[in-house]
Structure formats: structure tokens, C-alpha cells
Design a protein around this ligand. Structure first.
Ligand SMILES: C=CC1=C(C)c2cc3[nH]c(cc4nc(cc5[nH]c(cc1n2)c(C)c5CCC(=O)O)C(CCC(=O)O)=C4C)c(C)c3C=C
Ligand SMILES: [Fe+2]
Ligand SMILES: [Fe+2]
Length: 345
């Protein structure tokens, strides 16, 4: 009998500064990315503009990183996901998983080097850890992969998982996380569920970026499943977008406006659900858990809670495992219904 397949897995993520000194070069890498800031004919100004923005922005942003422990936890938390995924896959395939961060170490180049050291592979699975596809995240990472890795002759066949916003185990992982926080309220049904996704400039949405539609689909699926599984599932939910950068028009409504509006309506209890992230980082730990919380308190909201990210929870790792096994054509028999997975964007 043939042994297990050797499967390379590349986990793509945004990355974050691992020290306060790394904040400025991290931001420089981010603002140098034409998929984050398309400059069109002004592209030749990219470097001076990116240098200017990152040097100015690094001062307030480093203060925020200082308040959440002096670094982004995204590297450590992604490493936990990577290790848990390899372990979960071990009965089925011989997995070699590496992480390719878009703007800070381990960068894509380092991921390619690590894979090179792993020896021959039967297949390669590209798995961006962004549940919802966006030009700014998924596409940017995959383009960087192609630039750095190229298309080596005789390389293993590549399978790309470019989104998983409706995967039943991912949805279940979110519902379970929300459920665990709902229990901390006297009556879950009467609180406000506020889904908060990372924002996106309207310029990308107008170019056909499927991200907002996929976010909406995730929210719908979570609420449908939650209402079926929990008697005290909140009767009201809203979707808003956080972390706008710069003066251009972004997806609306903003998280801050939403909190303000709910406060004025007399809402006293809310649970914020970060919906586009799979680990904690500055956007959840600072923007929601510090800044939005302060805002909420000021406006009279008495109980403000945030759902912890799906992280390396067994259900989320099971979702990633299922995605990888399907990508390499292995059926385990315990997989969820194929029809509900990876619906078209
Ligand atoms: C879900 C995913 C994300 C989308 C879509 C996205 C778009 C996007 N982001 C910026 C600018 C910044 N993002 C920053 C941090 C950051 N962004 C995401 C995810 C998405 N971004 C994550 C996970 C993080 C956290 C990284 C960490 O340190 O832990 C930052 C840096 C922080 C700051 O300066 O506020 C910037 C800048 C743009 C412009 C954009 C769409 C075009
Ligand atoms: Fe971002
Ligand atoms: Fe951001």
C-alpha cells in the first residue's frame, strides 16, 4: 500500500509587528502594496508616499501596540493554528505547513525557503487565513506568492482555497464562540449582536471585490445556525465595518457610529463579533476591546463584550483540516455536507 501523501500547506496571513521597532517597517511594507493602495498613474510616487504615511502613522499606532503588549500577537496565534492543523491532519497526510505573512516575518520568501528544506511534496495547498476573499488580502497574498515562488518546473500541483466564508465548520466555530459569550448575559435574546468586519475602501468594492457580499453571507449563516441552536440567541443583529484608514470612502456603517447610534437608542448590552479575523490582533484587542469599549461606556452601554477569535479552537481547526483534505481529494467520511462548502463567490 502506498504511504500517506506529502502535502505542503502555505498559510497566508497579514502579519503584524513583533516589536515596537517593527511598527514602522511593517507599515511601510503595507503601504507599499499596490493591492492595498492602488495609485494608478501615480504609481511612481508609491515609495515616497508609503514612507511618509508609515513614518507619520507609526507614532500613534506604536502607542496602540504598546497598550496591547508591545507587539502584535498574530504571529504567535497563527503559529498555534499551524501546529494544530498539522496535528489534526496527521492521520491522513504527511503535512508540511508553513506561514507566509504579507507584511512582517515570516514573509513569503521565508515560507518558500522553509518549504524548500522540506524536500519533495506530492501536492501544495495554498490556504489564505482570510475566510472572506478580498483583493486587499487574499489576492494580494496570492500575487506575492506567485512573484516569490514563481512557477517552478516539476513543482507539485497547487490547490488554492481562496475563501471559506460559508464552510459549515467555520460557521459552527463562530456560533460556538458567540454562544459561550451569550451565556454571560442574563438574557442573550435581548442583547444586540454587533458584527464588525475589517473595512474596505469603496474604490475596491466598485471594482467588484466580493468581500462585502461574503461578509454578509457569513453573518447570515451564523445567525441562521445560532437561532436554530440557541434559545436565547439575540433577536437583533447589525453588521458594521471598522478600521478605516485615510480620507477616502469606505464600507459603511462604521463601528463607532453604530455604537453611538445604539447608545442613543438606549441599548444597554452588546456583544461585538469580529467577523473577518481568525485570531486576535490590534484590530480586535485595541480597536474593539479598548477604543470601542470606551466609546460604549461613555454613551451609557452597561455591558460590552467581545467574542474571542476562533483561533485554534477544535471546530476551526477541523474546518481548516476539511478544506485541506478536500483540496487534495481525500474524503474522510466525517466531513460536512459538500454542497454547503465553498459556495461560489
Ligand atoms: C480581514 C481582513 C482585512 C482587510 C480586508 C484589510 C484591508 C485593509 N487594511 C488596511 C490597512 C491596515 N490594516 C492594518 C492592520 C490589519 N489589517 C488586517 C486585516 C485586514 N485588512 C489585520 C488582521 C491587521 C492587524 C495586523 C496586526 O498588527 O496584528 C493596519 C496596521 C494597523 C494600523 O495602522 O491601523 C493598516 C494600516 C487597508 C488600507 C486595507 C484595504 C485596502
Ligand atoms: Fe487591514
Ligand atoms: Fe486596519
Amino acid at each position: 500500500m502506498k504511504g500517506k501523501k506529502r502535502v505542503g500547506i502555505v498559510l497566508f496571513q497579514l502579519g503584524g509587528p513583533d516589536s515596537l521597532e517593527a511598527v514602522e517597517p511593517f507599515l511601510l511594507n503595507l503601504f507599499l502594496d499596490p493591492d492595498i493602495i492602488p495609485l494608478g498613474p501615480l504609481g511612481w510616487l508609491r515609495r515616497p508616499i508609503a514612507k511618509w504615511i508609515s513614518s507619520r502613522r507609526s507614532i500613534p499606532v506604536a502607542k496602540k501596540y504598546a497598550e496591547i503588549g508591545g507587539r502584535s500577537p498574530i504571529g504567535t496565534l497563527t503559529e498555534r493554528q499551524r501546529a494544530a492543523l498539522v496535528e489534526a491532519l496527521s492521520p491522513h497526510v504527511d503535512a508540511v505547513a508553513v506561514t507566509a505573512m504579507r507584511y512582517w516575518h515570516p514573509l513569503t520568501r521565508e515560507a518558500v525557503e522553509s518549504l524548500g528544506k522540506a524536500g519533495a511534496l506530492d501536492e501544495l495547498v495554498l490556504l489564505p487565513l482570510y475566510p472572506q476573499y478580498s483583493f486587499a488580502t487574499t489576492l494580494s497574498s496570492l500575487k506575492e506568492w506567485r512573484r516569490v515562488y514563481g512557477q517552478p518546473d516539476g513543482g507539485p500541483p497547487e490547490r488554492t482555497i481562496d475563501h471559506f466564508y460559508g464552510h459549515p465548520l467555520y460557521i459552527q466555530a463562530l456560533v460556538e464562540r458567540i454562544g459561550s459569550v451569550l451565556r454571560q448575559f442574563a438574557d442573550g435574546a435581548s442583547i444586540h449582536l454587533v458584527f464588525s468586519a475589517h473595512g474596505l475602501p469603496m474604490s475596491l468594492v466598485d471594482k467588484g471585490d466580493p468581500y462585502p457580499r461574503q461578509i454578509e453571507a457569513t453573518v447570515r449563516a451564523v445567525c441562521e445556525l445560532g437561532a436554530r441552536q440557541y434559545e436565547a440567541w439575540p433577536r437583533t443583529h447589525l453588521l458594521c465595518y471598522q478600521s478605516r484608514v485615510g480620507p477616502a470612502k469606505w464600507l459603511q456603517p462604521a463601528l463607532t457610529e453604530t455604537i453611538e447610534k445604539l447608545g442613543h437608542e438606549g441599548v444597554k448590552e452588546m456583544l461585538v463579533v469580529p467577523i473577518s479575523f481568525v485570531t486576535e490582533h490590534i484590530e480586535t484587542l485595541h480597536e474593539i476591546n479598548i477604543e470601542a469599549r470606551e466609546e460604549a461606556e461613555k454613551i451609557g452601554i452597561e455591558t460590552f463584550r467581545m467574542m474571542p477569535a476562533v483561533g485554534d479552537s477544535p471546530l476551526f481547526i477541523a474546518a481548516l483540516k476539511d478544506l485541506v483534505l478536500r483540496a487534495v481529494g481525500i474524503e474522510t467520511g466525517s466531513s460536512p455536507n459538500a454542497a454547503s462548502i465553498g459556495a461560489n463567490r
